[in-house]
Every structure is written in C-alpha cells, then in structure tokens.
Ligand binder design. Sequence first.
Ligand SMILES: [Zn+2]
Length: 64
Amino acid sequence: MSPVSTRPWVPGMCWLYCRRTGVPVVWLGAVSSSGIQAPMYGCEQCVAELDHMVWQYAAALDTQ
Ligand SMILES: [Zn+2]
C-alpha cells in the first residue's frame, strides 16, 4: 500500500470526523464493518487527527 502522502486527493465525502462533502479527500484503505468492506476516505484535517491516533498507538506498542 502506498503512503497516504503519495496518493491523489479527490473531491468527495470525508468518512471521518467532520463528514463534510465536496472537500478534497484521500483514500485511507478498506474498512470492514457489518461484514461489508468499503473504501474509506478522509479530508486533510481529519487525516491529521487520525495520524495522531496512529502515532499514539505506535508509541504504546514501543513501551510494551
Ligand atoms: Zn474530515
């Protein structure tokens, strides 16, 4: 999977926290919910929030 920073930004709906539509979003990966897989997209602002959570997770792994 290519890093988020190299993927194209396309106008669409943010699947993350803000749920705005018509904003530039980037594909984050496939998400699985209720047994269904769907492509998840996020805007720049929410991807930054998500990034923060991912780094927290990575930091927690390091301390184990
Ligand atoms: Zn957003």
